[in-house]
Write a protein that binds this ligand. Sequence first.
Ligand SMILES: Nc1ncnc2c1ncn2[C@@H]1O[C@H](COP(=O)(O)OP(=O)(O)OP(=O)(O)O)[C@@H](O)[C@H]1O
Ligand SMILES: [Mg+2]
Length: 292
Amino acid sequence: MTRRSTPEPATPDDGTAHAAPAHLSARAVRIEYRAPGASASDVTLAVDNANLELRQGDFVCVVGPSGCGKTTFLNAVAGFLPIQGGTLELDGRAIPGPGPDRAMVFQQPSLLPWRTVQDNVTYGLELGRTMKKARARERAGDLLDLVGLTGFGDRHPAQLSGGMQQRVNLARALAVDPELLLLDEPFASIDAQTREVMQAELLRVCTARNVTALFVTHDITEAAFLADRVCVFSPRPGHIVREIEVPFGRPREQRLRRSREFLELVDEIADVLYGGSPVDEFGTGREDEEVH
Ligand SMILES: Nc1ncnc2c1ncn2[C@@H]1O[C@H](COP(=O)(O)OP(=O)(O)OP(=O)(O)O)[C@@H](O)[C@H]1O
Ligand SMILES: [Mg+2]
């Protein structure tokens, strides 16, 4: 196969940087958790020396053992957490905190139950107060069309299935027109069949709107189907031990999943992630081991 797989992600200093400027750039990022007043020994080093670059329109998936720092890293990119070392930049500027240029989709839908589907989608726009009400409603309608929920705008979240609620969540994240979409296992609680449909939809939406996406998942097949590149995190403290380029263009058909090339890619990612041991999956106490 012609796929390129790099042991460590390229950094701009090593002469192999991509021609286009990085949209998101993480260099030697270090993130610790320290309770207020805690002693130095009470610090949890969650992420250490994480290097990653995303260009506009990239779809990058992150996989790694449970507790290795994936959510932590995503939260830092979202601006919810400060970093203690390295640099984390969006379009060349240090991330100052949360901003409308980024939107996060969590594992659970987190919709407001008393609001209709449409009003959930417009919620972020209301907070930003950047758009007239009529325009916001129109936009919500377009986004509901985009995620396959035409006609459901007047329902309430409890009247929708889990998969439909997660689509509303996605529409809400897209409503603020983010440049960078951050997704933390968004489809983990959705049944396998719906998940496959949602994956194809997400990819279609991101391609149509040229959204850059950073997507955390435990599901290697999901990562292989969605990503332009799959980044494998080491056990905690997390850093990226391998970037695997995905050789498939977009759009991607469901039947891609059954192709030999796809299955080989899934195997390759699994080898890096499990270090050749398919039995020892995530979160089995191997935090002190490196993934090679
Ligand atoms: N608020 C917090 N305070 C202290 N430690 C935390 C906090 N959140 C996470 N941690 C610790 O940081 C490490 C990384 O956690 P994180 O949630 O980023 O892992 P993860 O890779 O997302 O795991 P999973 O795949 O299970 O979601 C873990 O050791 C965790 O215990
Ligand atoms: Mg997590």
